[in-house]
Design a protein around this ligand. Structure first.
Ligand SMILES: [Zn+2]
Length: 273
């Protein structure tokens, strides 16, 4: 490479760098652990944020493979939103530590524990992971209740307003619109799900108590073995319900071990998920 060409490249970089940082500076970069939190960041931050999620909707949020690309993304983030408790205990803290980004470490200005202030269910009086407990601080799947989503949005709002105080009123207006929309939709969902009231439901993983509380169905059993077997054979568990058409099976798309190739349990209950 000739020295003239190197100088040209250097000049180009000097000219382009401020343009790039100005463009990035227009928006806060916020990384969330799971897609639901990413969506709430988008709704509160709207065009003042660039919002990313590490896990996809198809992944079990308890078990996500940390990838170097996540660390790169986190190293440039202004904020990090975690569902907290022990949901992402196996992967999120190592990722944010590896990012070496002081802003998004616990206690940093950009760190959001979305569970702050959220009323929790199933908080255990004693903990025994050896018995397969993976929700040691209470059930961490609280975002599945739409009304608890308002507290999550409040937590995200407070951090966005701290990171970008000039946009506080903008974020506050978005938060108010979010809350209103949640109230309207929850009322409609309660009406639509009225037939589920008191109905027995089998779930795969214990992730539905908040939805259960809101819409009043009754989870009677779980298919997931304890301790959870990632790829273990749960066909026997599923087959218990093969002839029980009165049950509804509620499951997350990531949890289909033992199901048939089209992602359904063999025979049995009506499936929602
Ligand atoms: Zn869980």
């Amino acid at each position: 490479m000739t020295s003239k060409f190197v100088k040209f490249l250097y000049c180009l970089l000097v000219m382009v760098a401020p343009l790039r940082s100005a463009a990035a500076g227009d928006k806060l970069i916020v990384v969330s652990s799971i897609p639901t939190l990413k969506s709430i960041v988008e709704l509160v931050g709207r065009d003042k944020v660039e919002s990313f999620a590490i896990a996809t909707g198809y992944q079990n949020p308890h078990f996500v493979d940390p990838k170097p690309s996540f660390i790169m993304k986190l190293s440039k983030a202004d904020g990090f939103v975690t569902s907290g408790l022990d949901l992402e205990i196996g992967w999120a803290s190592s990722l944010i530590q590896s990012s070496r980004n002081a802003k998004i470490q616990p206690g940093g200005d950009g760190y959001v524990d979305a569970s702050r202030g959220v009323p929790l269910l199933q908080v255990p009086s004693s903990i025994d992971r050896a018995q397969g407990d993976i929700h040691i601080y209470g059930n961490p799947h609280y975002w599945l209740d739409p009304l608890r989503g308002k507290q999550i949005a409040q937590n995200i709002f407070e951090t966005l307003a701290k990171l970008s105080p000039e946009n506080r009123d903008y974020f506050a207006a978005n938060l108010a619109a979010f809350d209103k929309e949640i109230d309207t939709r929850t009322a409609a969902w309660e009406k639509a799900l009225e037939p589920l009231k008191g109905q027995p439901v089998i779930a795969y993983h214990n992730e539905w108590p908040y939805l259960e509380e809101r819409f009043k169905f009754v989870v009677v059993d779980f298919l997931e073995p304890k301790p959870p077997a990632g790829e273990g054979d749960i066909r026997g568990e599923i087959e218990k319900y093969t002839d029980h058409h009165q049950f509804t099976l509620l499951h997350h798309r990531s949890r289909r071990t033992g199901f048939t190739s089209d992602g359904r349990p063999p025979g049995g209950p009506r499936v929602v998920g």
